[in-house]
Design a binder for this molecule. Sequence first.
Ligand SMILES: [Zn+2]
Length: 281
Amino acid sequence: MTQPPEDADRRRAVAPVIAYPEDSLPPADLPLYARARETARKTAEVVIRPRDAACFHVPAGHFFRIASIEGPQVGDLNLWAAGDLSERFFSGKTRALHGTHVSTGDRLWSSFPYLRPMATVTTDTLDWYGADAYGGRVHDVIGTRCDPYTHRLLAGGDYHHCCHSNLTRALAAETGLPLARAEPHVHDVLNVFMCTGFTRETGQYFMKASPVRPGDYLECFAEIDLLGALSACPGGDCSAEHSSDAAACYPLKVEVFAPEDGALDGWSPPPRNAYDRTHGV
Ligand SMILES: [Zn+2]
């Protein structure tokens, strides 16, 4: 270990600054969304089987709700712009802008060069959880997704029902792409209902039993036309392990709600990012 310099304590004592202050982000009109939601009617429903994934479509201006229905279960969410798989959810930038976990009012941002809100969280029935004594919070954008490659590294053997594979199969089935071409479109997820954090001592990623119970849900407003895919993680509530058939797993439900005509007057989908992409050349 390197010998600390004489001013080590002084260097450590420097106060942090927020890297990306949120106040200058374009605001979401949450009161407008709430009014539109009051009269919205359900137009679609998809039930995701345990250890599997399914796709769903949400037109811009509609709402989608991810619900726990039979038992505590974590869901891994991917989002793409409908009709353009190159614009997809950007977990890392969403984390940089809103923090390690998302809740009501936070946006789910898309990848470069689009970088615009794809969805806005409008209701989170687990918002009461806050942060627990371990630093755990719910709905993270710090994990990636369970996958067969990491499983092979850490445990050996092949497991085919990790969220990565579930999402790959679902996207291939939805788009008609062969598995090998669908797989690169699968990306870091929003871990819906998952309770995670980093240990204080070693900074390691941890998970613990999700506080989600049947009836809980996370609801979002689609800012653009979306194709979504949701995996019911083989880890179940992620209290012990994932990447195996050991955990109790339950289905998840996705419901889509359409606003009444005129309910969103004055609102329009956000434009793609205005940067000119000349990169100084
Ligand atoms: Zn998983």
